[in-house]
Design a protein around this ligand. Structure first.
Ligand code: PMP
Length: 434
């Protein structure tokens, strides 16, 4: 008995080497904090308003309609009606004929699309360039694939004439970017519009990246999940449409952001077959496919959007219009309380400078935890307002360079935004009164 129970307890290490150093995750911690304390949650990026009726109705029809085969497996690389409409839709946007079967693959959210890219393209010893601040999963995903992330920072420039800073003031230094490319570079990850800053990369910036990709024969993993959330008449430019880029780019999109339905977890990749054939191998051998009913509903959503493309009734016109108003309102409210906002050109995130609130949460010199992270935790616990520290979007060695900003998500109902504003106003009054 004794020897059996000894044997039952494993003594050899169970964790695979590829998990070393990536166990900690900011979202686990902050999602738990927001759930533990009664909070107004402007932290994690999801809308608290419903998706459009046409999408919900399409889901209900798919669920309860006569075609009971929609409850069964579908084609692994994407439900045929969805890949067909995505090929049509993105073919139109990219100005090229796309084959639904080889140029499009459906994934379990953009998240799995990213995972497939890193697993399919990155080998031990390969370097992958990541632009900071970055959507945090890029770094562990590159490491899990055996690659080495190489970071290059968007550097803020002070705005002119006391104006509020814009996400456009955060720019790449061309020489610094060029210095990161070498014969070891396999890919660069581009995220425009960028989470967390809301930066929409200009044509000039994209051409700079594209030229370096072509010169060094590097792949581009282009995370465009916020493609429709662009404000002030700015244009979202797809890097795959630039000269020399189609052949080396995988473009990633998501129903979560496109149709305000993050829980559906339907994402997609668009690109040349020479790249997508490898994504299919990883997809086939990991998740196989994503929920058929959800794919059917998203296909119908895109069908509607194709018919209404560019028209005022289009959701891709209405959603940014609605979000721009929310952005403007939050910018103005944050500015009024002294949490200096960086006005985002896109996405539903807004980064604000918390320096003026430093006296509230004193600095702890030599602490391992960046100041903004302690500040955000303190704010959830003491003020009931959740936001995400900007340092979470930097690699370990750069975290402390950008530790006085927090990110708010403004894809929220008016009541939620008002409740957040009430907290900030009250806080400001308490702060200034002796
Ligand atoms: N990329 C970026 C930049 C994101 O912000 C997110 C979601 N927060 C994703 C990818 C993941 O998208 P999905 O929910 O479709 O997996």
């Amino acid at each position: 008995f004794l020897s059996l129970s000894l044997q039952a307890k494993m003594s050899r290490p169970v964790q695979a080497r590829r998990l070393e150093g990536i166990e900690k995750n900011i979202w686990v911690e902050f999602v738990k904090l927001a759930a533990t304390y009664s909070t107004v949650n402007l932290g994690q990026g999801f809308p608290d308003f419903p998706p459009p009726d046409f999408l919900k109705e399409a889901f209900m029809r798919a669920l309860s309609g006569e075609n009971h085969m929609l409850h069964q497996y579908t084609r692994g690389f994407g439900h045929p009606p969805l890949v067909k409409i995505l090929a049509q839709f993105f073919g139109k946007l990219l100005g090229r004929d796309l084959d639904p079967m080889t140029n499009v693959m459906v994934t379990v959210g953009a998240y799995q699309a990213l995972f497939c890219c890193f697993q399919s393209f990155v080998d031990e010893g390969d370097e992958v360039i990541i632009i900071e601040p970055f959507f945090d999963c890029y770094e562990p995903m590159v490491k899990m694939a055996g690659g080495t992330p190489v970071f290059v920072q968007l550097r803020p420039k002070a705005p002119k004439d006391g104006k509020l800073m814009s996400s456009a003031d955060w720019q790449l230094d061309p020489a610094e970017l060029a210095s990161k490319f070498s014969e070891r570079t396999k890919a660069i990850v581009l995220n425009s519009p960028n989470n967390p800053l809301g930066k929409v990369f200009s044509r000039g910036e994209l051409e700079l990246i594209a030229d370096l990709c072509v010169k060094h024969d590097v792949l581009c993993i282009s995370d465009e999940v916020y493609e429709w959330l662009v404000y002030d008449g700015k244009e979202h430019i797809r890097i795959a449409s630039l000269r020399g880029m189609w052949d080396r780019t995988v473009t990633i999109g998501s129903t979560g952001k496109t149709f305000s339905a993050t829980g559906w977890k339907v994402g997609w990749t668009v690109g040349p077959n020479r790249l997508l054939q490898h994504l299919r191998t990883t997809h086939q051998n990991s998740v196989y496919h994503c929920a058929t009913v959800a794919q059917e509903a998203v296909a119908q959503g895109f069908q509607r959007e194709l018919e209404l493309y560019g028209k005022p009734e289009s959701y891709f016109i209405q959603l940014p219009k609605m979000l721009q108003q929310k952005r403007d309102w939050l910018v103005q409210r944050l500015d009024a309380v002294g949490m200096k906002p960086i006005v985002p050109e896109g996405t539903y995130f807004l980064v604000a400078d918390i320096s003026e609130f430093k006296s509230e949460v004193p600095d702890v010199p030599d602490s391992d935890e960046p100041y903004d992270s302690r500040f955000a935790k303190w704010m959830v616990k003491n003020k009931g307002l959740a936001a995400i520290p900007l340092s979470a979007f930097y690699c370990e060695s750069h975290k402390n360079n950008y530790n006085h900003f927090i990110r708010f998500c403004f894809a929220k109902e008016e009541a939620t935004l008002k409740a957040a504003n009430d907290i900030l106003q009250k806080w400001k009054r308490e702060k200034t009164s002796p």
